[in-house]
Design a protein around this ligand. Structure first.
Ligand code: SF4
Length: 387
């Protein structure tokens, strides 16, 4: 069935809406500011968005410029955005400790996404905790062989599990990130069972965007995305918070499943869902409760922004549409006044997303739209409604 033909029906769907207060908040202040601290990383992962390298390029922010960035994030006032230190590997930045001290002085909430390498050890974890780092996200992309192939290092899977255990032992909150692509799509239930067995409470699943070293990696088809979204919603019934990146249609699918059978738009699940769902139950048993739909209204450019290693502002790390540079411009002014970000925030999006009733709640991945059409305001070709 061509789902596009049903789109007008969706416009009248009764959907949750963000409050005026939340809209205002998202127009004025990002919830999350991602900063690509460096492009340097000891790993050379197959799908690396940042195309990591071993020596810092000259345009990378200096310590002084980085401190200016921290001050700019703090300048949004209360509630301040959470600063997520990504890379590359943030621990590969020689001045990372002095920057964390500065962030603590500024009372910033900080989370970090370190690479699993010898630099991430018990001593480092204790130091991160001492500087008030709130959580760390670690990537786990599949079972042992798949993970090691994707990360490019034999034995990396075991090191990753060790790193997760060490962080848990020391009380640093762990989030596991998984990038889903054709190569690992059938192992998602296994990854979920693994992280649940380790008491990890947050699982963030990135739906591959074909940029950086991931340009030639096979992404999922729209029906597969639908199946994975449906599986993830099912997994969210267990005691792990499931989030997605570059798959806002997860919200549409979750809402549809949660409002079944009243929601006429829900098609039958496909074979990938059936396989993952069966595996999930085989590995962790039935959930005690039904999954609950929780609306989320942020998306790239709306509550979320990304600052590159050189200070360029983008809607996200996967949407390299430059909006200005914090070396010479105010992050606050750029975030509030950028015409592109304003369009994203008011869901001024074309194609199927533009006429979809879920546009406010979902809005499609701006990164995938940009990668496929060169237009960050085009429809998301990864969604079954648009693909
Ligand atoms: S991706 Fe676009 S078409 Fe699909 S549910 Fe979201 S807004 Fe609708």
């Amino acid at each position: 069935m061509a789902l596009h033909s049903k789109l007008p029906e969706l416009q009248s769907a009764t959907l949750p809406k963000p409050s005026y207060r939340l809209r205002e908040r998202l127009d004025n202040t990002p919830v999350l500011v991602f900063w690509e601290t460096t492009k340097v990383c000891p790993l050379t992962c197959l799908h690396c968005r940042a195309e990591s390298i071993s020596l810092a390029p000259p345009e990378e922010l200096t310590t002084q410029e980085a401190k200016l960035l921290l001050a700019q994030v703090a300048s949004f006032g209360t509630p301040k955005p959470t600063l997520i230190l990504t890379g590359g590997d943030p621990l590969s930045r020689p001045d990372i400790w002095s920057l964390l001290e500065e962030a603590k002085e500024l009372n910033l909430k900080v989370a970090i996404s370190p690479a699993v390498s010898p630099k991430l050890n018990a001593k480092t974890i204790v130091r991160l905790l001492g500087l008030g780092v709130q959580s760390a996200s670690i990537s786990l992309d599949g079972l042992e062989n798949t993970h090691d192939v994707i990360r490019g290092i034999s034995g990396h899977f075991k090191e990753t599990l060790r790193a997760i255990d060490t962080m848990e032992d020391y009380g640093l909150r762990v989030q596991v990130n998984t990038t889903v692509m054709s190569k690992n799509k059938t192992e998602l239930a296994d990854v979920f069972a693994l992280i649940r067995s380790r008491a990890v409470k947050i699982w963030e699943v990135f739906f591959l965007i074909q940029i950086g070293r991931g340009s030639d990696i096979e992404e999922l088809t729209p029906p597969e995305n639908e199946d994975v979204a449906r599986f993830l919603f099912e997994a969210s019934a267990y005691d792990v918070l499931v989030r997605t990146v570059e798959a806002p249609f997860y919200r549409r699918v979750s809402h549809q499943v949660a409002t079944k059978p009243e929601n006429p738009m829900l098609g039958d699940p496909g074979p990938l869902y059936s396989k993952l769902s069966k595996k999930l139950k085989d590995l962790v048993g039935e959930a005690d409760t039904e999954p609950t739909f929780k609306p989320v209204y942020t998306r790239d450019g709306k509550g979320i922004v990304f600052i590159s290693h050189s200070g360029s502002l983008y809607p996200s790390g996967f949407t390299p549409v430059p909006l200005g540079n914090i070396k010479s411009e105010s992050l606050k002014i750029l975030y509030r006044n950028s015409e592109m970000l304003r369009k994203i925030r008011r869901a001024d999006i074309s194609g199927a997303c533009g006429v979809c009733g879920y546009v406010e709640l979902c809005g499609g991945s701006r990164a995938r739209a940009f990668t496929h059409f060169g237009d960050p305001l085009a429809q998301d070709p990864g969604c079954l409604f648009a693909g």
